[in-house]
Design a binder for this molecule. Structure first.
Ligand SMILES: [Fe+2]
Ligand SMILES: [Fe+2]
Length: 244
């Protein structure tokens, strides 16, 4: 067996231990396996996963943004520390809110084009400017604006190589954002985006309770269960292994 076949066999064995069969969505395995190949699944008479996955902490019936922070997202210190820095720098509450959620797509969902995904997730619940700023931090982060206090991140040279050129769609969106009235809002996310922080300093979610209360319209049905254009995305983070 190849390494990949062994991993898939181990995964099948683990899935068989669950009461329900988990069939991973194409996006979770694409790149590791050719997505065009047929997916084999155990034929053991079990039902497929159609909701809560017992390997994950259970979400409340009416999940809040903070429930996603504590029960689904990966490490969120980066977000909280960026929001804390923004607060320290005296920006508006809207921008603190934007900083707190600017990378939630990475924390809960997907890396590539994370600014666009995060904007889409929160747009129904925040001021239009907050969503806009999150969307365009994606492009602005690749371009320095020394007068605003943002240099091209050293870390990007390490991560992408010194000659990296952003894709044409990023450049297009950067140029569009430059002439927009909310340019500085998106730029402020980049300025307060902490790439390295003291691991001994811990920011707490509670520091932002009031700001979130005033700037994030928590749906009464719970995130995922209202009928907003991004409800299904919150449900995907809640139930990432749902079969259909
Ligand atoms: Fe980001
Ligand atoms: Fe960030």
């Amino acid at each position: 067996m190849t390494t990949l076949e062994r991993a898939e066999a181990a995964e099948r064995a683990m899935a068989e231990e669950l009461d329900r069969i988990v069939v991973k969505s194409a996006i979770y395995t694409s790149g590791e396996r050719d997505p065009r190949l047929p997916v084999t699944r155990p034929d053991n008479g079990k039902l497929v996963m159609m909701g809560h996955d017992p390997r994950l902490p259970r979400m409340p019936d009416k999940p809040t943004l903070f429930d996603f922070f504590t029960l689904r997202f990966g490490p969120t210190q980066h977000l909280m520390q960026s929001a804390r820095l923004a607060m320290k720098n005296g920006v508006s509450e809207k921008i603190v809110m934007a900083c707190l959620v600017h990378d939630i797509a990475i924390a809960g969902f997907i890396r590539g084009d994370h600014g666009y995904w995060a904007a889409q997730l929160v747009e129904p619940y925040v001021d239009e400017e907050v969503g806009w700023a999150i969307r365009y931090h994606q492009a602005l982060r690749f371009y320095a604006d020394e007068s605003a206090g943002y240099s091209y991140p050293e870390m990007y040279k390490k991560l992408f190589g010194p000659d990296y050129q952003p894709d044409p769609y990023i450049e297009r969106d950067y140029k569009y954002a430059c002439d927009h009235k909310w340019y500085m809002s998106a730029r402020q996310i980049c300025v307060n985006d902490l790439y390295a922080f003291d691991p001994n300093v811990k920011a707490e979610l509670e520091e932002f309770t009031d700001i979130v209360g005033r700037n994030f319209k928590q749906p009464k049905e719970g995130l995922g269960f209202d009928a907003s254009p991004s409800s299904h995305m919150w449900r995907t983070m809640m139930w990432p292994t749902k079969y259909l």
